[in-house]
Design a protein around this ligand. Structure first.
Ligand SMILES: NC(=O)c1ccc[n+]([C@@H]2O[C@H](COP(=O)([O-])OP(=O)(O)OC[C@H]3O[C@@H](n4cnc5c(N)ncnc54)[C@H](OP(=O)(O)O)[C@@H]3O)[C@@H](O)[C@H]2O)c1
Length: 363
């Protein structure tokens, strides 16, 4: 019998144009489902991989945000059935990568899209909701117990200042909303001033303009009465644009979690990007600062998150209005390849500000 195939978007060479490859449609094995991918999102990782070759073996299918319909279920699947509308962070191997017409994934990487939400809205969540939970709990040791019960005690650091550098990024917006829900009430962030109102509506108590020369003195002033900053989530990872300023804000005893890679030099149409993977070595830190590089790809090591984060926690937070999806922009194009390429080009031109780029996969 002929093997079924479908179209996938691949990075084929460093800084080259994206290409389409026919890849096998893998029948779901035990515990897996086959999903027709209807919408996906393009994220900075696609750019890091295409332009910087970060963790890539060519030709490699891109994408890790899936939104679509279950079309086949494997043995032992318990929570999903054919016809379910699902969303998830799916990334580990070719059959799971989301920039293709079908993905084959275990059901623990998917949640059902709650009533009232479109697949475009839903696909803005998975990779950065998962990244926020992983970075906050694993790298900053901020507990986010699930479920929150009336008996759940107030968190120990509920009034301590927590800095989310880059609040208007997708991951920054989700981290703010998650921290607010878990009772953290002193959330400081940085962004362009145009996002002040949005970020305050998501839980930020103060928003500072990271391009202003007053940014660092103003943050230092704001945290001085609390004994300084003890927790920082760097959602940008730029050597000059976030790590250097953050290094001026923290001292002994502070924990800093940096979303990798460290961007040593941003790429453009004419310049190659440069990345590093050691946030501690990237800039000079004061003695006693605990700097961690965030690697969300390890979140499945947490058994509770493996079983519950995508299937249960993420859909519940969305359904109950605790988390609002990112604003999104639909990237148009007449073919799958055109849409994928247009999204990547927009990322390279640094057009993304407070929004997620989403595009249609299966016609
Ligand atoms: N290692 C991991 O596990 C992991 C997981 C997820 C994401 N990441 C990485 O995290 C980074 C962010 O991802 P994302 O999807 O959230 O990005 P994104 O939404 O595309 O980020 C765009 C935002 O970045 C903001 N920004 C740019 N430079 C800034 C600076 N110097 N200071 C403060 N804000 C700045 C912009 O703010 P304004 O428009 O307000 O100026 C813009 O809103 C990417 O490099 C990604 O690869 C890593």
């Amino acid at each position: 019998m002929a093997t079924k195939t479908h179209k996938a978007v691949v990075t084929a060479s460093i800084r080259g144009a994206l290409e389409i490859l026919e890849v096998p449609t893998v029948a779901p094995g035990a515990g897996e489902v086959l999903v027709r991918v209807e919408w996906t999102a393009s994220t900075p990782l696609d750019l890091h991989q295409n332009d910087g070759g970060l963790l890539v073996t060519h030709p490699q299918v891109l994408g890790d945000g899936t939104s679509g319909t279950v079309v086949e279920v494997g043995d032992g699947v318990k929570k999903l059935q054919v016809g379910d509308k699902v969303f998830g962070f799916t990334w580990r191997e070719q059959k799971e990568k989301s920039h293709q017409e079908y993905v084959t994934v275990p059901e623990y990487l998917l949640g059902k899209i709650p009533q009232g939400f479109t697949p475009q809205e839903a696909v803005t969540l998975p990779n950065n909701v998962v990244s926020s939970f992983h970075a906050l709990t694993k790298d900053l040791s901020i507990p986010l117990p699930w479920p929150i019960l009336p008996s759940t005690p107030k968190p120990e650091h509920s009034n301590s200042p927590i800095l989310i550098w880059g609040g208007s990024s997708s991951v920054g917006q989700y981290a703010l909303q998650i921290l607010r829900h878990w009772g953290y009430s002193n959330l400081i962030t940085t962004s362009s001033p145009s996002h002040n109102t949005l970020l305050k509506s998501l839980g930020a108590t103060q928003v500072f303009d990271y391009r202003s020369p007053d940014c660092i003195p103003s943050i230092l002033d704001s945290v001085s009465s609390s004994g300084g900053l003890k927790f920082v989530l760097d959602c940008i990872g730029s050597q000059d644009g976030s790590l250097t300023p953050i290094s001026k804000l923290v001292g002994k005893g502070a924990r800093v979690a940096v979303l990798l890679p460290v961007i040593v030099r941003d790429g453009s149409e004419t310049v190659e990007p440069i990345y590093a993977l050691d946030a501690k070595e990237a800039v000079e830190w004061a003695d006693g600062v605990d700097v961690r590089g965030v690697r969300t790809h390890f979140y499945l090591e947490n058994e509770v998150f493996k079983e519950r984060l995508q299937p249960e926690i993420m859909p519940t937070l969305l359904a109950e209005g605790i988390i609002k999806p990112n604003k999104y922009r639909v990237v148009e194009g007449t073919t799958l390849l055109e849409r994928a390429q247009a999204a990547l080009d927009a990322l390279r031109r640094k057009e993304v500000s407070g929004e997620r780029l989403v595009w249609k996969v299966a016609e």
